[in-house]
Design a protein around this ligand. Structure first.
Ligand code: AMP
Length: 175
């Protein structure tokens, strides 16, 4: 493991049975509370994407906003928001996707990205990939190109990467 992986594994907190029995929740709050950890995460992602000509970041509600915004600042891009239904005030595009039980919907402003822009999707954690894959559909539906998906944590055993259609996926650490 690299230095940052060992370091973050020592900080990210496992919370069993949250939000429901059987889920081992990876709590990144201690990363956010540490000035050093937050700086190392953002510096790592900025180094990784600096030369990839990203035009805009798309952050997924809500922890994707937290990591996406300082990354956008570091890369000199803007950030567009993908949110749960009913939160965005202007014209939206929507996508629904299957959960274990039922469906969920995400929305984006129709002018959040422009056709042809090179977009990086950011969230805190990749699990089954359903959320990131739905976000990809929203971005591609507006004519932009998804050039990557960035996460702090990947739960590799859930094989979420396979749902992201060959797009470059980068996670700082994997469980
Ligand atoms: P998925 O759509 O299954 O890839 O789930 C990704 C979203 O759910 C991310 O926004 C995560 O914040 C959250 N999530 C899913 N599983 C976990 C977990 N075990 N620990 C923390 N967050 C999770």
């Amino acid at each position: 493991m690299s230095d940052i992986q060992t370091y973050l594994k020592g900080i990210i907190r496992d919370v069993p049975d949250f939000p429901k029995p059987g889920i081992l929740f990876k709590d990144i709050a201690p990363v956010l509370q540490s000035g050093e950890a937050l700086r190392r995460v953002i510096d790592h992602l900025a180094d990784h994407y600096r030369d990839q000509q990203i035009d805009r970041i798309v952050g997924i509600e809500s922890r994707g906003f937290i990591f996406g915004t300082p990354l956008a600042y570091a890369l000199g891009t803007g950030i567009a928001l993908v949110r749960k239904p009913g939160k965005l005030p202007w014209k939206t595009a929507s996508v629904s996707y299957a959960l274990e039980y039922g469906t969920d919907t995400l929305q984006i402003h129709t002018d959040a990205v422009e056709p042809g822009q090179r977009v990086l999707i950011v969230d805190d954690l990749l699990a089954t990939g359903g959320t990131a894959s739905a976000t990809m559909q929203l971005v591609q539906g507006l004519g932009a190109e998804v050039v990557g998906c960035a996460f702090v944590v990947e739960l590799g055993f859930l094989q979420g990467r396979a749902r992201l259609g060959g797009v470059d996926v980068h996670a700082i650490l994997e469980y």
